[in-house]
Design a protein. Structure first.
Lengths: 409, 225
């Protein structure tokens, strides 16, 4: 029977070419359709990667992003959170070299200290240059070593060099229950200088801190002295912008009562507490919604397209089968089982449809429309739909009584 | 002579959604090897329906049709047509895509006869029906009606069965070709021991038969024995 199928394909060139061409066109159309859907899906994925959603912890009414008090509970929650990335925390302090009495603060308490957990923290000027002692790099800020980075000019004034062990007296500032600024003196602390800030440009240097500390080191120093540590500014990015709901749920469970959305209504009570979250997701949501709508519309056409392919398969096979009814009856008359007789016509259609889909898939690949996996899926759908139509058309043919089609009566 | 087919009170009813039509009514007869049988009757008398039952393309609604004592209902009727009974039609019904030789080889291909052997046997059968060798590679539409019918007979005997069923085999032929085909069918019965059953309304064909049955409104009667 295979010989008959091959002979039939070879000797009915026009018919074979027609079926191949129809299948080729169907495959190309489905490749275009799946390609377009995939392209939108990829754009959505790229959008998530290229349009990061930045989140900033603010005070309840959203008027302050820096100089607020973010509790250690919230900080720990954020450090452990799974839905965020690139956590950026900082705390501002004051300090003086060596030991000195509080009364002499005007002469000594002249160092601006900034504790950060990364060298590219948003609270630091972008152009700040740090030269590290050998064996140290910008990872120093993600640890909790008893080290510091000093401004070059201060080091020169004090006669320090990188690697020196120095003593700093730190003052930690916080807001009390009445929202009044208070301070706490920490005991003099010995630290190694592991880097210097290049503040040779006096104009730029005005914005630089004198001392940089690892954030966790500052946190530990404050808590070791029985004070409640709070961060001064906190920001981060949503890890997966396409999972905003999971992100919001996680944020709602952080700290004692969770981070809530910024309240912008009139009459919001002012506070320095960093308990609100400002999420810059507007652009992302607008663009993602457009893409999602396009994907939804395209996806809703899957069934009609499948039905269309099925109908094409049915109509073509039905028309071809109508011209081959006597051939089918003859098979039956010669003792070929009904399944075998249908198989000859079905197998022929399968071979031609395969050829058509292969050429259509290849054309889509060469046109750079699809990856080979996507092209294979599109061709598979086209082939299955077409052959389903063929199967129905030939199943109806199989119901015919053979002799009625062949006899003279 | 040995009976190869026996029909006992065979009836056949065509049933549609709206009506029942009795095409055959209690037909009883038998067929032996080595004889030519003619079944005559007007169009619509039930001749071809009876032929379709003899060919195993359908089964009787009532009664028994047995092939060498075996009830046709219990047989593998596809295998029966493939190996034992072949049908020749008025319109020849050769495969238009296959050459003359390939048409004759086709039943043997179904029987899984090796290609080389099938080709040799097909050539032998085509010689038997006196078809010129120059036509072997031609397609059916390139040869005459008489030649096509000879190819159809060669294909029928290629299956190796002993029953030849012919439905108006000369209906589309001129008188000269009609004579050739009738002689060929008689030769197959008398010399090669086939049971040849011909449905016809052609008197010349009936005259050449050994036994003639008449069919009228589904009732079979003996015209000449």
């Amino acid at each position: 029977m295979y010989h008959y199928i091959i002979t039939s394909i070879r000797r009915q060139k026009n018919r074979s070419i027609l079926v191949i061409a129809v299948n080729c066109v169907l495959a190309i159309l489905l490749n275009l359709y799946f390609g377009l859907t995939d392209s939108y899906r990829n754009q959505l994925t790229d959008l998530a990667a290229n349009t990061p959603i930045k989140c900033t912890v603010t005070n309840p009414d959203g008027t302050m992003e820096v100089g607020i008090a973010v509790s250690s509970d919230i900080l720990r929650g954020l450090q452990e959170a799974e839905q965020i990335r690139d956590l950026d925390c900082s705390a501002q302090m004051k300090a003086g070299f060596g030991e000195f009495a509080i009364e002499d603060w005007e002469a000594h308490l002249n160092l601006a200290v900034c504790a950060v957990n990364k060298s590219d923290s948003s609270v630091l000027p972008e152009e700040i240059g740090i030269r590290y002692l050998e064996g140290w790099d910008d990872m120093v800020f993600s640890g909790d070593a008893q080290v510091c980075v000093l401004a070059k000019s201060d080091m020169e004034k004090q006669g320090y060099t990188c690697g020196d062990e120095i003593t700093l007296t730190l003052y930690y500032f916080f807001y009390d229950e009445k929202e009044e600024l208070q301070y706490k003196e920490l005991p003099p602390t010995s630290m190694q200088i592991v880097g210097e800030i290049d503040d040779s440009d006096p104009k730029a240097a005005m914005e630089y801190p004198n001392v940089l500390l690892p954030f966790q080191t500052a946190w530990n120093l404050v808590e070791e002295n029985q004070a409640a540590f709070t961060a001064d500014a906190v920001s981060f990015y949503v890890k997966d912008p396409l999972a905003l709901n999971a992100f919001k749920e996680e944020m709602g469970q952080i700290g004692e009562s969770g981070l809530f959305e910024v309240y912008k209504g009139d009459g919001a009570k002012f506070s320095h507490k960093g308990t609100a979250l400002y999420v810059l997701d507007g652009i992302f949501i607008t663009m993602a919604d457009r893409l999602k709508t396009a994907i939804r519309i395209l996806t809703s056409f899957v069934l009609p397209i499948g039905i269309l392919v099925f109908i094409v398969g049915y109509v073509i096979s039905h028309l071809l089968a109508a011209g081959r009814v006597k051939e089918f009856a003859l098979f039956r008359s010669l003792g070929v089982h009904v399944i075998g007789a249908v198989w000859v016509l079905w197998g022929e259609q399968l071979a031609l449809a395969l050829l058509g889909n292969l050429s259509g898939g290849l054309a889509a690949l060469l046109a750079g429309q699809q990856g080979w996996k996507e092209a294979a899926i599109a061709c598979g759908v086209s082939l299955c739909g077409y052959m389903l139509g063929t199967t129905v058309a030939l199943a109806l043919l199989a119901l015919e009584k053979p002799l009625a089609l062949l006899t003279s009566e | 002579m040995e009976k190869i087919i026996e029909a006992m009170n065979v009836s056949y009813i065509y049933q549609t959604k709206y009506q029942k039509t009795k095409a055959l009514s209690e037909v009883s007869c038998s067929f032996e090897r080595g004889k030519v049988y003619a079944i005559t009757g007007k169009s619509g008398s039930g001749k071809s329906t009876f032929l379709s039952l003899l060919a195993g393309l359908d089964v009787p609604t009532e009664g028994t049709l047995s092939i060498e004592g075996q009830d046709i209902r219990k047989m593998n009727r596809d295998a029966y047509r493939l190996n034992r009974a072949s049908v020749i039609y008025q319109a020849f019904h050769l495969f238009p895509l296959l050459t003359v030789l390939e048409n004759v080889m086709f039943p043997m291909e179904l029987q899984h006869v090796p290609k080389k052997e099938a080709k040799a046997r097909a050539q032998e059968y085509l010689k038997k029906v006196d078809l010129p060798e120059t036509l072997y590679k031609k397609r059916p539409n390139m040869i005459s009606g008489g030649e096509q019918q000879r190819v159809a007979i060669a294909r029928a005997i290629a299956s190796g069965g002993e029953i030849l069923l012919a439905d108006e085999p000369t209906g589309n032929l001129d008188s000269q070709n009609e004579k050739v085909i009738v002689e060929l069918l008689c030769k197959l019965a008398h010399e090669d021991n086939y049971a040849v059953i011909v449905v016809t309304h052609n008197e010349a064909v009936a005259a050449a038969a050994d036994v003639v049955y008449g069919m009228s409104d589904g009732v079979l009667s003996v015209v000449r024995e």
